[in-house]
Every structure is written in structure tokens, then in C-alpha cells.
Design a protein around this ligand. Structure first.
Ligand code: SAM
Length: 193
């Protein structure tokens, strides 16, 4: 029988990303991409004219992602190696969408501020920042997000010159299995607001 990840990669992942607003031809950054459960569907969705940058500090995960991309014939996935520093090696206003999925629990409050600043810098003015904050207090509490609830994460991202445009509660893939979770869609406030 086909497992959840295979089903997700074959079809549902792409539908999920279309529903949250990703379109053909766009440039995406998947920060903390892991083995690519969102990178691969994004590569399929944006197509040959689009591009997906994939950043992770886990070299093994990045290698696995690139093997999958190769075997599926995707040439639009660009891995970016990092040792975990939060400076993103991309130009100002060069990306349409940033995905930060199931990563925030790795970061303390100062690191989260740094990543929001970097996302703000690299996002185009009409782009969006999509966050899946797994491991909040009421949702498998872990590490830096223990004791935090969804509203607190929304508040801290809004403090960094973003506004929340939409909030979805969706079926999604978490590690190797289907789950349901909140997906937050933020856009940049205009300078001067
Ligand atoms: C739980 S996995 C999520 C993977 C993927 N985003 C998903 O939702 O399927 C979190 C990933 O974030 C990566 N990560 C955490 N902190 C990072 C950092 N500072 N820089 C780069 N990658 C990081 C970890 O190595 C890990 O692969």
C-alpha cells in the first residue's frame, strides 16, 4: 500500500500549496526544508520557469531531497547549504513565497526575530510568508514553542512588520504522516505603516 508521504508527493502536496496561494513561475524559499515534503510539491507546482530554494542545516536531509528531485527530473530545486546561521544568502526582494514549516520550535525568541527580519528582507513586496507552527503547547509541545500558543506566534510575527492575511486549518503532512495543522499567511506591511 502507498504510504502517506508517497500519496502526498504524488498529488496532495501540490494541491495544498496551490490552495495556500503558490502559483506557476514563482520563486519559493523552503527554509528548514528537511527531506523536501514541501519542496518537491513546490517544484512541481512552480514548473520550469519557477524556482525553489531549499535551505537546511542537515546535510543528509538536503542530499535526500536532491536525490528525490533528480529522480523526479526537477531541475528547479536549488539547495543552499548552511551550518544553521540565520543570514539567508539571497538578494533583497527576490522571493515570492517563504515557507517556514515545522521549524520555529528549533529557534529561541532572538533567533525567531532574526529569521523574520531576513524573511522580510528577501520577500518581494507582494509576496507572502507561510508558517506552519507545529509543537505549540496544545499541539505536541516541544523545545522553544513549549508554553506558547498560536496567538503568541501570530503576535510576534506581526511585531516584525507583517500582517496576517489568512489562517487555514488544513490536512497536511507532518514528518511521515498525515496530520491537521494551522497554516498562517503573512504579508509585508508597507514601509512607513
Ligand atoms: C521538523 S523538520 C521540518 C522539515 C520540513 N519543513 C517539513 O515540514 O516537512 C525541521 C527542519 O528544520 C531544519 N532546521 C532547523 N533549524 C535550522 C536552521 N537554523 N537553519 C537551517 N535549517 C534548520 C532541521 O535541520 C530540520 O530538517
Amino acid at each position: 500500500m502507498e504510504n502517506d508521504v508517497k500519496k502526498w508527493l504524488r498529488r496532495e502536496g501540490e494541491t495544498f500549496l496551490k490552495d495556500i496561494g503558490i502559483r506557476k513561475g514563482q520563486t519559493i524559499l523552503d527554509f528548514g526544508c528537511g527531506v523536501g515534503n514541501y519542496t518537491i510539491p513546490a517544484a512541481k507546482l512552480v514548473g520550469k520557469k519557477g524556482k525553489v530554494y531549499a535551505i537546511d542545516k542537515d546535510m543528509g536531509a538536503l542530499q535526500q531531497l536532491m536525490q528525490t528531485a533528480e529522480s523526479e527530473g526537477f531541475k528547479n530545486v536549488m539547495p543552499i547549504k548552511t551550518s544553521g546561521g540565520l543570514k539567508i544568502n539571497l538578494e533583497n526582494e527576490s522571493v515570492d513565497v517563504v515557507l517556514l514549516y515545522d521549524v520555529l520550535h528549533y529557534m529561541d525568541v532572538k533567533e525567531r526575530k532574526k529569521i523574520y527580519d531576513e524573511v522580510y528582507r528577501i520577500l518581494k513586496s507582494d509576496g507572502f510568508f507561510s508558517v506552519y507552527p507545529k509543537h505549540l503547547e496544545s499541539n505536541g509541545a516541544l523545545w522553544n514553542l513549549s508554553g506558547m500558543e498560536l496567538e503568541a506566534i501570530i503576535k510576534e510575527i506581526k511585531r516584525e512588520k507583517f500582517y496576517i492575511e489568512r489562517q487555514f486549518f488544513k490536512r497536511l503532512i507532518h514528518d511521515d504522516n498525515y496530520d491537521r495543522g494551522y497554516i498562517l499567511k503573512f504579508k509585508k506591511e508597507r514601509e512607513g505603516n
